[in-house]
Design a protein around this ligand. Structure first.
Ligand SMILES: [Zn+2]
Length: 424
């Protein structure tokens, strides 16, 4: 339901002008007021009761809750409870988030006050607001809601507690627990909301996969090669891939066992990978259709790192560019295409020479393009295995390659290897 539909519904319930309702709503939403609170406030302004709206909340099964429900009452088991502090209308506020479930399904919630429930509790939540997030309904448990403890446990097939494998985590998850090995870890200073902030970020892995993490409290014990249980993490998308976030409320406990980590990245079809919207560390195999313009020898802006076009940076104008090498190769596996972006090291490997050698070749030919042409000659029409992080934006899908190699099951590669053997 968009603002216009909410305005329509409200205006007809209150018998007032829709344009006026819509402008009131938009004003409140621009201050990040959740839609159901905004609607209540508009109702009050126009003489509606403001409490539950045009109807008393109905009692529903979780699976039947839809974003069209204004307010509902549900009887549920608490699966997980995560805490997070957010900026709300200019003030810091601690909220609780996680999942509820009954026999029919699960639903995410945000509680704006501490109602005191814990994972495993069975409760009836009265007058919870319903909002839509990422196409799914969510419950908003606020001032006008009630929470009552049920003495009979609510039966549910879903696991209580929030323990998760990395492969199952998705952006938007919260109140999750994971057991991981820290593979990479680095302290960094960033320019955050409250000025300079020290954070720790890197990569964690478990038996099922690996994901980037950020610890907003920069805990120094999160060193490479150590195994931990993290309780109460949340997942957000960062640079197109899901990221595990540790907050001040996350507890970190060293593990007595070793976490088995797999060095291989999961291999996927390109269409399936692109359809996921973003993946950390995936392996794709396909034919190189084309080496795009802007490959080979390039120049970057010394200030922002953007690739210069005719000596010009899009942001900084005429600058003294820094030399670099890269390849942007279009890879196709029959199900879809991605652009593989290779850094200087991988590009030098493909070219078969250093950047200095490439620059000498360009000077001799009086044409920079000879380097890109040489790379084209080598890779177009051949099958490659590319590994890296995949992200999808308005310009399409791209993989920031960490590995780019001839596919080993490629007959052409086998022939070349055989020839080389015969010749030596
Ligand atoms: Zn620049």
């Amino acid at each position: 339901m968009d603002v216009d539909e909410h305005a329509e519904e409200l205006a007809s319930a209150l018998g007032v002008d829709k344009a006026e309702v819509r402008s009131d709503l938009e004003n409140l939403l621009s201050y990040s007021v959740p839609i159901d609170e905004a609607k209540q406030s508009v109702r009050r302004k126009h003489g509606g009761d403001g409490g539950g709206g045009d109807a008393t909340p109905t009692t529903k099964d979780v699976a039947d809750v839809t974003p069209e429900d204004g307010n509902v009452t549900v009887t549920v088991r608490v699966l997980s409870v995560g805490q997070r502090s957010i900026q709300y209308q200019g003030e810091e506020q601690v909220i609780r988030e996680g999942e509820f479930a009954d026999e029919t399904g699960t639903i995410s919630y945000t509680a704006w006050e501490d109602f005191g429930f814990e994972p495993g509790d069975s409760i009836t939540v009265g007058n919870a607001g319903v909002r839509e997030w990422d196409g799914r309904p969510e419950l908003n448990v606020g001032q006008s809601s009630t929470v009552a403890v049920e003495t009979t446990p609510v039966e549910t097939p879903y696991e209580v507690g929030g323990d998760s494998d990395l492969v199952d985590l998705r952006s938007g998850d919260r109140g999750r627990n994971v057991e991981v090995r820290v593979l990479e870890s680095e302290e960094r200073v960033i320019d955050g909301r409250d000025g300079e902030t020290t954070i720790r970020s890197g990569v964690v892995a478990d038996e099922t996969g690996r994901l980037p993490f950020t610890d907003w409290k920069a805990r120094s014990e999160l060193r490479e090669g150590h195994d931990f249980r993290f309780e109460d993490v949340y997942v957000r998308e960062f640079r197109g891939v899901p990221q595990v976030n540790l907050s001040e409320f996350t507890t970190v406990t060293p593990l007595a066992r070793d976490v088995e980590v797999d060095d291989e990245a999961p291999r996927m079809g390109i269409a399936e990978a692109v359809g996921s919207g973003g993946l950390f560390d995936v392996e794709l195999v396909g034919n190189v259709l084309e080496v795009r313009d802007g490959s080979g020898l390039i120049e970057r802006c010394p200030e922002c790192g953007r690739v210069l076009q005719n000596g010009q940076c899009r942001s900084h104008g005429d600058v003294d560019g820094e030399d670099d090498m890269r390849v942007k190769a279009i890879v196709d596996d029959g199900t879809g295409t991605v652009t593989a972006v290779l850094d200087r090291d991988l590009t030098e490997e493909l070219y078969g020479g250093t950047m200095e050698e490439a620059m000498t070749a360009a000077r001799d030919a009086m044409d920079k393009e000879v380097v890109a042409d040489e790379i084209r000659e080598r890779i177009v029409g051949r099958e490659y295995r590319v590994r890296g992080n995949l992200s999808v934006d308005d310009y399409g899908a791209s993989v920031e390659a960490s590995e780019f190699e001839r596919a080993s099951d490629d007959p052409g590669a086998r022939a070349t290897a055989l020839l080389a053997e015969v010749r030596s």
